[in-house]
Design a binder for this molecule. Structure first.
Ligand code: ADP
Length: 365
């Protein structure tokens, strides 16, 4: 899925011009609609996240796990969010879906879904949106599904909660969504433990699609599966997304997994956006040394066989962040300017990058 470079981005400098820090009030990049096969459920922007901050109260003090994250998501767009464990990916998703509970809390910023502010909505107001307009697929379906109810009974509960009363309608739709994810509707009678890991994850995805929502949020839905099952599930998610037109936010620590499926990629590091841009662009020429390090740490499916190199060290403890750039202690390109002050987020050829290498004020060599 291609789009013109820089489309939907205002205030962008032409390619090659000195990069500019993002100023408050600037319109955030989004990828533009992706043209779903059967027509998108919605057009335009589905989700607007602005300066979202999430903090955890811990014994060591307050840690900011999501630090002023902003982005837009268009109808039918597939956004991948990658980063090592502990970088704030799940906290961001939970913050967007309003699923945080103490010790975590949203301490700043906004989340607007189809024009309505989600932050501060009551549980009752959120319950109206969940499943119907926005659904979440968790890391482990075994934990998310009720072990003592059949798949069909769980689908029925979700539909009844949204006012569907007709048994025929419930049975018909349940069979339909299960078929969509490649499972025989016969398994509506099955209990979660009677299904394989892949089938359970597929059932969760089917449940998430009961009402054809505009947004499906997925938190490492394939992490418990073997590589073959992972890939086949990803292909299926992508096909369904193109057919039904819903937008996806997909979190994973595996860069290679999203490379073929996402339109845009957000690389998170220590609670912040390190890089955000069109997936192809980020893969072909990563601007942030952290993105480059993540790419070097995963095998390429098609590229030449090259030795994999990890990133030395580990992400910082959020309670004891280094001065300046948070990645500086691990960065192969570190220089004096990196530790002087925290880097801004710069726009370079349609990609946002938080690195002084791209500030225009520091030479690139
Ligand atoms: P990721 O999804 O990228 O692995 P998380 O969102 O789970 O990262 O966690 C981000 C950071 O938030 C962690 O590094 C940790 O500092 C903090 N954190 C997460 N869960 C808790 C918790 N229950 N209590 C305190 N801090 C937490």
């Amino acid at each position: 899925m291609s789009r013109p470079k820089n489309s939907g981005i205002t205030g962008l400098q032409p390619a090659g011009a000195p990069a500019a820090p993002i100023a408050p009030g600037v319109t955030w990049p989004s990828a533009g609609g992706t043209g779903a096969l059967s027509g998108p459920v919605l057009t335009g922007t589905v989700l607007e996240v602005r300066d979202l901050c999430v903090q955890y109260a811990t014994d060591a003090g307050t840690v900011t796990a999501v630090d002023r994250v902003s982005f837009d998501l268009d109808a039918g767009e597939f956004l991948g969010i990658v980063g090592e464990s502990g970088c704030g990916k799940s906290t961001l998703l939970f913050g967007i879906a309003q699923l945080l509970s103490p010790p975590a809390a949203i301490t700043g910023g906004s989340v607007s879904f189809k024009g309505a502010s989600l932050v501060g909505m009551t549980d009752k107001q959120l319950a109206v949106l969940r499943w119907k307009d926005m659904s979440v697929v968790m890391q482990s379906a075994m934990n998310a599904l009720n072990p003592v109810k059949s798949i069909g009974a769980q689908f029925k509960d979700a539909m009844r909660a949204h006012g569907v009363r007709s048994s025929a309608q419930i049975a018909g739709r349940s069979a339909e969504v299960l078929r969509m994810v490649g499972i025989d509707p016969e398994h509506l009678k099955s209990y979660p433990h009677q299904l394989s890991g892949g089938m359970r994850q597929r059932s969760m995805i089917a449940m998430a699609l009961l009402f054809t929502p505009d947004l499906v949020i997925m938190d490492e839905p394939t992490s418990a599966l073997d590589v073959v099952a992972q890939r086949s599930l990803m292909v299926q998610v992508k096909e369904l997304q193109e057919q039904l037109g819903f937008a996806v936010i997909f979190v994973t620590h595996d860069m290679s997994l999203v490379s073929h499926f996402s339109d845009r990629l957000m690389v998170m590091y220590a609670g912040q956006v390190a890089e955000l841009g069109a997936t192809r662009q980020v893969f072909d020429s990563p601007l942030h040394p952290y993105s480059a390090g993540l790419l070097d740490a995963f095998p390429s499916i098609r590229g030449p066989r090259v030795p994999l190199t990890g990133i030395p060290g580990r992400p910082p403890d959020l309670a004891r962040l280094p001065d300046g750039c948070r990645f500086a202690p691990r960065c192969p390109k570190v220089m004096a300017a990196c530790t002087a002050r925290p880097p801004d987020l710069y726009q370079v050829d349609g990609v946002l990058v938080r690195c002084v290498l791209h500030s225009g004020a520091v030479s690139d060599d």
